[in-house]
Ligand binder design. Structure first.
Ligand code: GLN
Length: 289
């Protein structure tokens, strides 16, 4: 069988589970993973015979995909902000909306009128480490810290920092407990977070492969207190931000107004709510003065 025929058969096989565009993109990502060929090279040899070991590897991916396992977990990696990140069920698969948050963080950092080597950044609930690693990669001078409750997530985030040659200080902490003294003496210029924000009642609108495979501690919050992480993060930021520092949050698209209101009540100023590329309320920036 040629590469091209194998790709077509792969798409046919998963077409009952994924819409046509996604099936096509999954097929290319799988083919790229299996053959290690760049797109241009692949196109130039796609009518050649595919080696048996590549066929077998592609077939294995197809079977796992059919069981609903996300491709990123099957192949163990994904791309975020143009960088490769290792992923496994200990960490959420980085989402495109979080790339938009990183964009805003980089613009904010570049606008701070201080020597970048003096800046300190903290990411709360780092997961795969995609936020601090991408920030450090594209704005390398500040000192970057990242927290998570999960040792499995921190192990993955450490590997991702190494893989992308970035130095980040990782610390295991539950942000829901009073943690004002975890980083004594440090004041941050930017505190950023993409905490769990999907309400239990919103579960049914999510894809089954997300619910079945991605870490629930990174995703879900009770309907009775959907902003619980945001409140703790706001309290922590209130005490640990520089006077001219910024808080930057990814949020639940249905809770923009509530999240802004909570930040006002906690004493934050200059609260700016922004939409993501799909027009959903997705990010907030706030400061203390
Ligand atoms: N944006 C993610 C999703 O909808 C949720 C991320 C989060 O809870 N922080 O799958």
């Amino acid at each position: 069988m040629t590469y091209s025929e194998a790709e077509k058969s792969f798409i046919d096989n998963i077409s009952t589970l994924y819409d046509p565009l996604e099936a096509k993109s999954l097929a290319w990502l799988s083919m790229n993973h299996v053959s290690k060929l760049e797109r241009a090279k692949y196109l130039s040899i796609k009518n050649e015979e595919m080696p048996a070991e590549h066929m077998q590897a592609l077939y294995n991916i197809q079977n796992e995909l059919a069981s609903g396992r996300p491709l990123q977990y099957i192949i163990g990696e994904t791309e975020f902000y143009g960088l490769i990140f290792l992923v496994n069920p200990d960490v959420l698969i980085p989402r495109p909306e979080t790339e938009e948050l990183v964009d805003w963080a980089l613009i904010t950092l570049r606008g701070i009128e201080k020597d970048p080597v003096d800046l300190k950044i903290l990411d709360i609930g780092t997961g795969s480490g995609c936020i601090p690693v991408a920030i450090k990669k594209f704005f390398p001078d500040p000192e970057v810290y990242a927290l998570d409750i999960s040792s499995g997530a921190l192990a993955t985030a450490r590997k991702n920092a190494l893989l992308n040659e970035t130095e980040i200080h990782f610390i295991q902490v539950d942000i829901l407990y009073p943690v004002n003294d975890i980083l004594p003496g440090l004041k941050f210029d930017l505190i950023i977070s993409n905490p769990p924000y999907v309400r239990d009642s919103e579960k049914q609108q999510m894809l089954k492969n997300v619910i079945d495979h991605e870490p629930h501690t990174a995703l879900f919050v009770p309907d009775s207190d959907p902003l619980l992480f945001y409140k703790s993060i706001a309290d922590f930021a209130f005490n640990n931000l520089q006077d001219d520092g910024y808080l930057l949050l990814e949020i639940n698209e249905n809770l923009g107004t509530e999240t802004c209101k909570m930040l006002v009540e906690k004493g934050f100023k200059n609260i700016e709510l922004r939409q993501d590329i799909r027009g959903k309320d997705r990010m907030i920036k706030a400061s203390l003065k």
